[in-house]
Write a protein that binds this ligand. Structure first.
Ligand code: NAD
Ligand code: TDX
Length: 331
């Protein structure tokens, strides 16, 4: 099977490519990645001999048409992915997340190629802290940020191309991922690398916002399950019942580093900060038989800390510039 992975040099995409090479010896993998600040050739170094990396944008019509024409399935991870960046400058989010997804959809329509679209639970907006509800595939879209609204728009494009043009696509909306190769701008790697440097974690606002954490390998196993067994046109929610507020996550990290529980700073809150995300993954579990393997969050975090300790050469080059950017907003 010829697999085209967009955004395969980013966090989740690179883990997906590594997992695919490990577990699917028959897969021929091509990665299309623009190698933005978030993409790193080094994330694919361990599988370089099995993977063709094409540096280019998903908005490049001719390039996308050629690569899609040479593929059996397209797994679409490429995106601008960071909420804080989308508040600073939404423009690349519109280009990549909306125009890029449109460009891919036109190519898979032309070539009749199977398409899997990777999306986020943030398209549903947020939940109250005391609400027993979780997001389901029927929850109405209500995105809050430029990031989540462009992801929501990209999902709706996929749904329309399925219905209007018969494109063979599936969609997955996953909760917050953690694990190796995540950029140091994101919450967990930022705090881990601060702690490695002897600095204090930085908590937005009171830290009561809840995220539903899932290990990146569980997310990617679910993506393959959907490609193999999912119903065309269907949306699957991916989550591992990992709800925790940000303060709890920081306290767990401090404990794992042997630091005092209050050894962190409260910093400026994110404008429009979503309160809580929570995924009901019943359809994926019951219909497709998927289940997460990383069920102990603390163990997954400890393994992630070990990875960042062992791979300083991977994250160190981005750390100072990322912190300088945060300093501009007092975060
Ligand atoms: P990331 O920012 O780490 O990686 C994105 C990758 O896309 C990078 O390699 C980047 O170079 C590439 N890219 C950006 N613009 C491109 C363009 N125009 N053309 C080609 N490549 C381009 O993101 P991530 O965290 O790995 O997220 C991957 C996908 O998963 C995204 O679609 C995101 O919305 C979705 N998602 C992420 C999470 C999460 O917790 N990180 C949760 C649910 C869904
Ligand atoms: O330094 C920080 N301190 C802090 O308290 C940072 C960077 C974040 N936070 C908070 C904000 C969020 O409540 O931590 C939580 C997680 O923040 P992010 O890592 O920026 O993730 P989030 O905004 O929840 O979005 C993530 O999950 C859904 C991904 O970045 C998205 O791509 C995905 O769609």
């Amino acid at each position: 099977m010829r697999v085209l992975v967009t955004g395969g040099a980013g966090f989740i995409g690179a883990n997906f490519v590594q997992q695919t090479v490990r577990e699917r010896p028959d897969a021929e993998v091509t990665v299309l990645d623009a190698l933005t600040y978030a993409g790193d050739r080094g994330s694919l170094a361990s599988v370089a001999e099995r993977v063709t990396l094409v540096e280019g944008s998903i908005t490049d019509v001719a390039l996308v048409d050629r690569l899609v024409g040479e593929s059996d399935v397209v797994v679409h991870f490429a995106a601008e992915s960071h909420n804080d960046n989308s508040l600073d400058d939404p423009s690349p989010f519109v280009q990549t997340n909306l125009v890029g997804t449109f460009t891919l959809l036109e190519a898979v329509r032309k070539h009749g190629t199977r398409f899997h679209h990777i999306s986020t639970d943030e398209v549903y907006g947020d939940l109250e802290l005391d609400d027993p509800a979780k997001f389901t595939p029927e929850t109405p879209y209500n995105p809050s940020s430029p990031y989540s609204s462009t992801k929501a728009g990209s999902d709706l494009l996929v749904r329309a191309w399925v219905r209007s043009f018969g494109v063979a696509a599936t969609i997955s909306n996953c909760s917050n991922n953690y694990g190796p190769y995540q950029h140091v701008e994101k919450f967990i790697p930022r705090q881990i690398t601060n702690l490695i440097d002897g600095l204090r974690p930085r908590l937005y606002g009171a830290g009561l916002n809840v995220r539903d954490w899932i290990h990146v390998e569980d997310h990617n196993a679910a993506v393959w399950t959907i490609i193999d067994k999912g119903r065309i046109g269907e949306t699957y929610l991916i989550g591992a019942d990992g709800e925790r507020n940000n303060l709890e996550v920081v306290r767990t990290l401090l404990e794992l580093f042997g630091r005092e529980p209050d050894d962190f700073d409260h910093v400026a809150d994110r404008p429009g900060h979503d309160l809580r995300y929570a995924i009901d993954a019943t359809r994926l579990r019951d219909e497709l038989g998927w289940a997460p393997r990383y069920t102990e969050f603390k163990d997954g975090l400890a393994a992630t800390i070990d990875w960042y300790r062992a791979n300083e050469a991977w994250w160190r080059p981005a750390k100072a510039a990322t912190e300088a950017k945060y300093a501009r907003t007092g975060q």
